[in-house]
Design a binder for this molecule. Structure first.
Ligand SMILES: [Zn+2]
Length: 183
């Protein structure tokens, strides 16, 4: 099966979250997949984000970080996930994780001075997420564990993408109910 950066993969609602979500099923050691383990996928992501990403107006052109500097970009990705995932879950570690995120953003901005660089844009996107209103709307998908912004009116979204994760969860509940009824 060939992998494609479809609309679903940009369900995070912010570039920095979609970058963090390039690691699939982070919490499941048996199923975890890093889509950026193949460096060409970073370029494919950058291209797709300009068409499908929620911040495509803000970042209309994105190029992949230079191959020899990709480690800086991936460190930023991990810092984004680490900080926001813990913040959403209410894990309070003082400001250690925030310091880690700000350091990673600073390093990325120095390493990738061009605004078009995915490393630069991801840092800017992450810094915007720290602002009050958006910060309060950050969620972790109840099915796949992706990070996303809940832009619903009553702030009650629990799936990153209703069409994918919401339906999968419903189908699995239905399956288990049927199984229970049979036994
Ligand atoms: Zn999901």
């Amino acid at each position: 099966m060939t992998f494609r950066w479809t609309e679903h993969r940009f369900a995070g609602g912010a570039l920095a979250l979609d970058v963090a979500n390039s690691v699939i099923l982070r919490s499941d050691a048996a199923k975890i997949v890093d889509r950026f383990a193949v460096p060409a996928q970073i370029a494919a992501f950058a291209e797709a984000a300009t068409k499908l990403g929620a911040e495509r107006d803000r970042f209309p052109t994105l190029i992949a970080p230079e191959a020899e500097k990709q480690a800086v970009f991936l460190d930023l990705r991990e810092a984004v996930d680490d900080y926001f995932r813990a913040a959403i879950a209410g894990d309070d570690d003082g400001d250690d994780r925030l310091a880690g995120l700000l350091f990673a953003c600073g390093t990325a901005l120095r390493t990738f001075p061009l605004a078009e660089n995915l490393g630069n844009a991801t840092a800017h996107s992450a810094l915007s997420l720290l602002a009050g209103e958006t910060r309060e709307r950050l969620r972790i998908c109840g099915n796949c564990g992706w990070l996303f912004i809940d832009r619903s009116k009553n702030r009650s979204r629990i799936w990153c993408d209703m069409a994918v994760c919401g339906n999968r969860r419903k189908a699995s509940r239905h399956y288990h109910r049927k199984k229970e009824a049979q036994t």
